[in-house]
Design a protein around this ligand. Structure first.
Ligand SMILES: Nc1ncnc2c1ncn2[C@@H]1O[C@H](COP(=O)(O)OP(=O)(O)OP(=O)(O)O)[C@@H](O)[C@H]1O
Ligand SMILES: [Mg+2]
Length: 301
């Protein structure tokens, strides 16, 4: 289990970067943490990865406290930091091998592991190229290969797919899906479809507070709105949900299953064009994070 109790972090005199975070989730599969810039994702990841000491509260993974048992815990952790850069004067393979040697693997095993990790990410052609001549996305992939090669049980990847082209991103998704079978992956991302596709549990962080936690279905329940209807029809009104007006004049209604059914029936009767879908993670994210600004109740107008 990953357990956080009243976890708070304050940098100097700034407002809290994390404010009394409480949650516990199984330490298996993929946990995806989403939230705007500055929400506190990296701060939380770094505390759990034993890189940063919390100001108050506590956290543990598999019963090991992130402060008291940091040394023991660290042996099981591999981290891909958000700001990580490949070492420019080493080749891709050397860069991975040096990390593995540092982690205590023998030279032979390090080389074997490096080669197989590079192959898994389709990087064989770059094995002997200096990382400084690789494109930004490829540099990032080499770092992911490094984490992969270490084969640690707990893996922290802070925005691993930022800057990757769509095909490389999809490749990496496959790797993460493989990885999650035997590892616990703590992932942060700005790509909501990535969290939706990969994560077993999703956390939504905003201004250092955890606004939502659970599977997509559980988050739908927490938000209270299971369905999203989009239509150009002007006079569609909601009692149980919220209506958001799009820039193109269309209306999106997030609402309960019951009301969605009633509204859909009415729209069919009116021969109006509309689409109806289960609420996406993006809908839930905007609703939870931007609630006070976006909410608009047509009934009260
Ligand atoms: N070393 C630091 N010193 C002072 N303040 C910091 C430091 N690191 C982060 N912060 C502040 O803590 C808050 C949370 O930052 P954090 O990097 O955890 O956010 P994030 O969710 O990872 O953002 P992003 O999506 O941009 O990576 C921000 O207000 C940030 O300015
Ligand atoms: Mg960050």
């Amino acid at each position: 289990m990953l357990v956080c109790k009243g976890l708070t972090k304050r940098y100097g005199k700034n407002p809290n970067a994390l404010e009394s975070i409480d949650f516990s989730i199984p330490s298996k599969g993929i946990f995806a943490l989403i939230g705007r810039n500055g929400a506190g994702k990296t701060t939380l990841a770094r505390i759990l990865a034993t890189e940063l000491i919390p100001s108050s509260g506590s956290a543990s993974i598999d019963g090991m406290d992130v402060v008291a048992d940091a040394t023991r815990l660290r042996e099981q952790i591999a981290i891909l930091p958000q700001e990580a850069r490949a070492i420019p004067w080493l080749t891709s393979k050397q860069s991975i091998v040096s990390y593995l040697l540092y982690r205590g693997f023998s030279l032979g095993e390090s080389e074997e592991r490096a080669q197989s990790a590079l192959a898994r990410l389709d990087l064989q052609d770059y094995e002997n190229k200096l990382t400084r001549i690789l494109s930004g996305g490829l540099k990032r992939k080499v770092l992911v290969a490094t984490i992969l090669a270490a084969d640690s049980r707990i893996v922290f990847v802070d925005e691993p797919t930022t800057g990757l082209d769509p095909i490389s991103r999809a490749d990496l998704w496959k790797v993460l899906e493989e990885l999650k079978k035997e590892h616990f992956v703590f992932l942060t991302t700005h790509y909501l479809e990535e969290a939706e596709k990969l994560a077993d549990v999703i956390g939504i962080l905003d201004s250092g507070k955890l606004l939502g936690l659970g599977s997509l279905a559980e988050l739908r329940k927490q938000a209270g709105y299971q369905y999203s209807i989009r239509t150009q029809q002007e006079d569609v009104k909601t009692k149980e949900g919220i209506a958001i007006r799009g820039l193109d004049g269309s209306v999106q209604i997030l609402t309960t299953e019951e009301e969605a059914g009633r509204l859909a029936e009415k729209l069919v009767k009116d021969k109006a064009r509309f689409s109806i879908n289960p609420t996406s993670l993006e809908d839930i994210f905007y609703y939870l994070v931007k609630k006070p600004i976006e909410e608009e109740n047509y009934e009260e107008e």
